[in-house]
Design a protein around this ligand. Sequence first.
Ligand code: CA
Length: 415
Amino acid sequence: MTTAAQRFATEGFGPENLPYASFSPTGARPRLGVRLGDRAISLGELATGVEAKGGPQLAATARTAADAPDLDALLAAGHTAWQPLRAWLQEVVTTEGLEEVVEAASTPVSDIAVHMPFTVADYVDYYASEHHASNIGRMFRPDQEPLLPNWKHLPVGYHGRAGTVIPSGTDVPRPKGLRPEPSGTPSFGPSRRLDIEAELGFVVGGSAPQGEVSVARAGAEHLFGVVLFNDWSARDIQGFEYVPLGPYLGKSFASSISLWVVPFAALAQARVEPPSREHELADYLDDSVDGPWGLDITLEVVLDGESLSHPPYRTMYWTAPQMVAHMSVNGASLRPGDFFGSGTVSGTEVDERGSFMELSWGGKEPLTLANGHEQAFLEDGQTVTLRGTAPGANGSVIDFGDCVGTIVPASGAAG
Ligand code: CA
């Protein structure tokens, strides 16, 4: 006798992780599943199989959501559905005698197509790394303090474009727009300073129609899961347009997410103290309750197979529950599928920077790749892969899977 976990788990995708995706076996309809090792398990088929075998009962609140094609129903059902579903899944894959039921409901990940895991409701992009914000401040405003006066009092953010959050593996056409020129008159054409932003993305579930979600409630009831997030950015378009209202077309053309949503609950072992805060915070941002809320997740930025940096998420000044509390403190509602990016993750070291803007210091210090090629920003045909890992329960590793995108030439005539 054995268990499904013993039979199928691999490092990074054991029973401690069990990330969710919407997937299709070849030619079949999309279904909600979880990943165990190199198998994608259909939750609806698994529930049916376990019921037939007389195995552990799945709570009624989660049964309907398990049959859905993606995470939308589970996010709408809220934490009272997703907590028992995860507990049931962990029990099923670690119970002897159910491994054949698990196998029958599963498909090798090499034989599936993976889709957007949920419908993005509202999307907010934060700016929560002190090192990234300071680096950008030094480049954009060299004659001023790198951090603006508000930065350590609230998590700075802006509303982005939900409809252009795209699944990993989708090509990214080089965006076009107005680029600043030395003459002062901008020119229209493809971005010459196309960049990445290595971030985490947080998936929100449940509803809060009146907003005002506390840090404690955000963590316990609304933070469903975490993905890797590449918030592609056209620095020339951004640099010209961003005053006075902030980023717009330089960001809204595409933002890629990894396909397997790691449950926030899988990151319990990765929780660490955030950096100490310079100012006393407003009560609604006090995240010392039920903490710590920092996350020890190490990202990796890979360009065409070459590893360029390892941004450390544990250095982020603002935590995920603070960002939820902030976006709702004014009474703004939360709804299932709300999504927010952390902001580019950068550490103190050069090889911990999460954007080419920082790695090449605004283009002034181009990178030299292993093949000798020098570049400051992304070129057509190049592929960026983000990876991420965190410590999991029982000494395990939590793997986020890859977030991949390839730059393809701008549409139409070159500018
Ligand atoms: Ca961003």
